[in-house]
Design a protein around this ligand. Structure first.
Ligand code: ZN
Length: 300
């Protein structure tokens, strides 16, 4: 990409965001100018312009911010198990050069998310809901897939513009950066900014299937877990607005995943489940409300 083009793109996003911050008057003329001279087209939609070290710095910054709000689950057996499972998958992933930090969040809520640069979080509630080790491995692989595809960095750069993202990393004292940083403060703001495109979700699913097979796990774990999330959504429409807000499952995604698996050569000896996974699950506190419990009140 030409430097001038890159600058224009960043400036366009900056002006768009400043407009959202009620500075429309000040930026309107810049926007018009940029719209008339831009000419860079939609090729920017998926371009990631952050370097790997920028991406890691951004992820580290977000993880600090997020960990002020969440409570981590500290049972050493559980923490070690999830980390070992995750690191096994990382070793067989397409971005194994990064250091991944995989942590368990102490909440019933069923969710998992990845920040740019290899910071992964898996909620305790999600582990409880998984029936087999390959289902849990499928979700973790999907999150690794977002790191492999640099989806978080791409989403942020697309939404905020390169200058603001770089400013956030360097802590540069500019008003625009400060305002955006304060808007992003907290887990809700960060996760909503990391909202991935459908294309990114499909890529993470496909990478997860490959990753599982490479690591010796049954790739059906990916579709089996997302099937479960879809079932929760069918039972209680809207429930998934809170769960998996960064990557809601869909029938189309599950079908696509199953099709991909069906097209792969059969491999013997893939791991579906393990005794250790169930030992770990038994260490978790019971969910206050299991979203898959079939407790339909009678007489209604
Ligand atoms: Zn996702």
């Amino acid at each position: 990409m030409k430097p001038l083009c890159r600058l224009r793109f960043a400036a366009k996003n900056l002006s768009r965001y400043l407009s959202l911050l009620s500075l429309r008057q000040a930026t309107a003329s810049i926007s018009v100018l940029l719209l008339t001279t831009l000419g860079c087209g939609s090729a920017f939609q998926n371009i990631n312009v952050l370097s790997e070290s920028d991406e890691i710095a951004l992820g580290r910054e977000f993880s600090r911010e997020i960990e002020r709000e969440i409570k981590l689950f500290t049972d050493p057996e559980v923490v070690r198990y999830v980390d070992e499972l995750g690191q096994t998958l990382v070793r067989h992933s397409k971005r194994s050069n990064l250091q991944y930090y995989i942590k368990v969040v102490d909440t019933d809520e069923v969710n998992a998310f990845a920040l740019p640069g290899g910071f992964l979080y898996v909620n305790r509630g999600l582990i409880s809901l998984a029936n087999t080790e390959s289902e849990l491995a499928g979700v973790i692989s999907h999150e690794i897939g977002h790191v492999v595809g640099r989806h978080g960095a791409k989403a942020l750069t697309r939404q905020l513009g390169l200058e603001i993202v770089l400013g956030m990393i360097s802590g540069r004292n500019s008003t625009g950066v400060q305002r955006v940083a304060s808007q992003l403060a907290g887990i809700g703001g960060i996760l909503s900014m990391l909202h991935y495109s459908r294309e990114a979700e499909r890529e993470a699913d496909a990478l997860a299937v490959e990753n599982l097979r490479e690591a010796g796990y049954d790739p059906d774990g990916v579709s089996a877990f997302f099937e479960k999330l879809l079932e929760i959504n069918d039972r209680e429409p809207g429930a998934l607005a809170l769960l998996f807000s960064t990557h809601p499952p869909s029938r189309e995604r599950i079908d696509q995943t199953r099709k991909q698996i069906a097209g792969l050569p059969v491999l013997d000896g893939l791991i579906t489940d393990s005794e250790r996974f169930h030992q770990i699950k038994s260490r978790l506190p019971p969910l206050k409300k299991n979203p898959l419990d079939n407790e339909v009140p009678t007489g209604q």
